[in-house]
Design a protein around this ligand. Structure first.
Ligand SMILES: [Zn+2]
Length: 63
C-alpha cells in the first residue's frame, strides 16, 4: 500500500494498481499506465510519470 494506492505486482515489469476509494483497476508498468492522467500528459511530456507509475516503481524497487 502506497498512500491511497494498492499495488499488486504481477512481474518485475507489470502491476495492477487500485485506488482505495475507487473500483477501477489500472494496469501499470514502470513506464506506462492505463489511467487518463498518464494518457493525457504523456502525449505532451515524454517520460511523464503519474502517481501510479511512481507507486509501482517504489514497490518494484526501481526508485
Ligand atoms: Zn496512472
Amino acid at each position: 500500500m502506497i498512500g491511497d494506492l494498492v499495488v499488486y505486482p504481477v512481474s518485475s515489469e507489470l502491476a495492477y494498481v487500485v485506488e482505495r476509494d475507487c473500483r477501477i483497476e489500472l494496469t501499470t508498468t514502470p513506464n506506462s499506465c492505463t489511467c487518463c492522467t498518464f494518457r493525457f500528459n504523456s502525449r505532451h511530456q515524454p517520460g511523464f510519470r503519474c502517481r501510479h507509475i511512481e507507486a509501482v516503481r517504489r514497490v518494484l524497487g526501481l526508485s
